[in-house]
Design a protein around this ligand. Structure first.
Ligand code: XMP
Length: 514
């Protein structure tokens, strides 16, 4: 449950969210807070332990991010990672010196003190991963060194009495091979947390919270069929039943069978109130003659708002609007190296709907990471087809048909894309990669089929591997799969006589073509 939590102070490390996820993988709830959160506010969260993240700063910097120093007096175990170790030294009487060169990359940790709880049940020698500039040269009062590396006598330090631990290396990254166990030792062994953060417990808790917030009021939700809105819909339906109305807009730019799957799963199986808005003709009419990518996105966005607003009115007066906002969207990140632009991530899910739609928000997923949302979806009985589906852009096939979007071109792309999805699933690769889809290029080239000359469109196949969509690598699909894709698309999809493979990574390419 959330009653046993670990609080993570964020000093701007690129790995802060990874730390939070590692803790949650131990079935322990974790929350990220800004580095300068007052100790009283942290105490009020009743943490079982505190983790100080790494960060790009040096304690020597005049604008170094420093925590409220009384966090060390809360009587709560503290694990300082990297920059976190410097903070122990800064506040508790140690010494840090500016490193001449950055220690970066793999190293070997040798544990000197087998009794240190962080290394319980671990071997004496461990592969770890470093990324730090400054170096601890005198350990803080009350601490002793419990492990060393080639370059540092003080790679891990401990104040056993106070349960303070400092690690110069990064236990949260996968290159620290047994880092998960080090974190598990901290949260279970040192902090005494159980394993109560499970999606089953989460459902019970969320149901209570939603009921308390919503009461007898009505809620509407824009169901896109994507993972987040689907899981939010299932959770709300379980909690408030018919007080929830889901609005599903068919914009005519959906993939094959997409609308049917949503109607089957949510309408027929879950029996939730599903308001199906078929606005395909309207969208396609508005897209007529539009070829500029940004213009297309604007037209689609505006039309969506128009349709959704009208649909919401017809759904009856609702006080609440539900959204599938996730935890990474609400964490206020610390500016990296003084870059104010990184200060607050915009709540981009909230954007889109006009201000005059005065709803109160219900965001039942806003403390979950994506992988947790998937587990929750399975717990709520959603099929794998929805829970593990690949991301799909809001403007849909509209940004995968270059140039003008017409009904005929939508039909061609839908058929080609269905073949890509089917073959990717058959090969077992669909659920292993980030995205795989077809793109329609409105250039014609000459071909020959049977005895006839053809002059038709080209389909590009795009398959990428990614962690978060921010960067991506193209996937080296097996030749026999590529061969099958090309031959099926060209033979089965009328209007296509050529198939090409997109081998562009991101950057410099984007994942979508428009
Ligand atoms: P790009 O093309 O920018 O895409 O590399 C990164 C990821 O975001 C998805 N994407 C969108 N998702 N609305 C969305 O909900 C959009 O307008 C949109 N545009 C791109 C894209 O599919 C990829 O996963």
């Amino acid at each position: 449950s959330m009653n046993e939590q670990i609080v993570i102070l964020d000093f701007g490390s690129q790995y802060t969210q990874v730390i939070a996820r590692r803790v949650r993988e131990c079935n322990v709830y974790s929350t990220i807070v800004h580095f300068n959160t007052p100790a009283a506010a942290i105490a009020a969260m009743k943490p079982r332990g505190i983790i100080l993240s790494g960060g790009p700063s040096s304690v020597f910097a005049p604008d170094a991010p420093l925590p409220d120093k009384t966090i060390f007096e809360l009587g709560v175990p503290v694990l300082g990672i990297c920059f976190g170790v410097q903070l122990f030294a800064h506040f508790l009487g140690g010494k840090v010196e500016k490193g001449l060169k950055r220690e970066y990359g793999k190293g070997t940790l040798t544990v000197n003190d087998a009794k240190c709880a962080l290394f319980a049940k671990l071997p004496k020698s461990l592969q770890i991963w470093n990324s730090h500039g400054d170096k601890l040269t005198k350990i803080p009062d009350g601490f002793k060194a419990v492990a060393r590396t080639e370059n540092s006598e003080f790679a891990a330090i401990e104040n056993r009495e106070k349960k303070f631990f400092g690690l110069q290396f990064h236990p949260e990254v996968v290159h620290t091979l047994r880092g998960r166990e080090i974190i598990a030792n901290f949260v279970h062994g040192v902090c005494g947390c159980g394993k109560s953060w499970t999606m089953r417990h989460y459902v019970d808790q969320a149901v209570e919270e939603i009921r308390a917030l919503v009461g007898k009021e009505k809620v509407i939700l824009g169901l896109s069929g994507g993972v987040d809105s689907s899981v939010a819909a299932a959770l709300l339906h379980k909690t408030i039943g018919d007080q929830l109305t889901c609005i599903f807009v068919n914009n005519g730019l959906l993939r094959a069978r997409e609308a049917e799957v949503v109607r089957e799963v949510f309408g027929r199986n879950f029996k939730l109130k599903l308001q199906y808005e078929n606005a395909a003709a309207l969208f396609l009419r508005k897209l007529k003659g539009v070829t500029d990518p940004e213009q297309k996105r604007k037209v689609i966005g505006r039309t969506f708002i128009e349709v959704f607003q009208a649909a919401a009115l017809r759904a009856g007066k609702a006080k609440f609007l539900a959204q599938g906002t996730l935890y990474p969207d609400v964490i206020e990140s610390v500016p990296i190296a003084g870059n104010p632009a990184a200060l607050i991530k915009s709540h981009h899910n909230v954007g889109g709907l006009p201000k005059n739609m005065k709803f109160q928000l219900v965001e039942p997923l806003k403390c979950l990471f994506k992988d947790e949302v998937r587990l929750l979806g399975l717990e709520l009985g959603l099929p794998k087809e929805i829970v593990y589906r690949q991301p799909f852009p809001g403007p849909g096939l509209g940004v995968r048909i270059l140039g003008e979007v017409t009904p005929a071109r939508c039909e061609i792309l839908r058929n080609a894309d269905a073949i890509v999805v089917e073959e990717m699933k058959a090969s077992g690769l669909y659920y292993k990669i980030w995205q795989s889809f077809a793109v329609l290029l409105p250039v014609r080239s000459v071909g020959v089929m049977g005895d006839e000359r053809t002059y038709d469109f080209t389909i590009a196949i795009r398959a990428v591997e990614s962690q978060d969509g921010m960067t991506a690598d193209w996937v080296k699909l097996p030749y026999d799969l590529l061969e099958k894709l090309a031959s099926r698309i060209i033979n089965e999809v009328k209007g296509v006589n050529r198939c090409v493979l997109d081998i562009t990574s991101k950057p410099p390419g984007t994942i979508e073509w428009e």
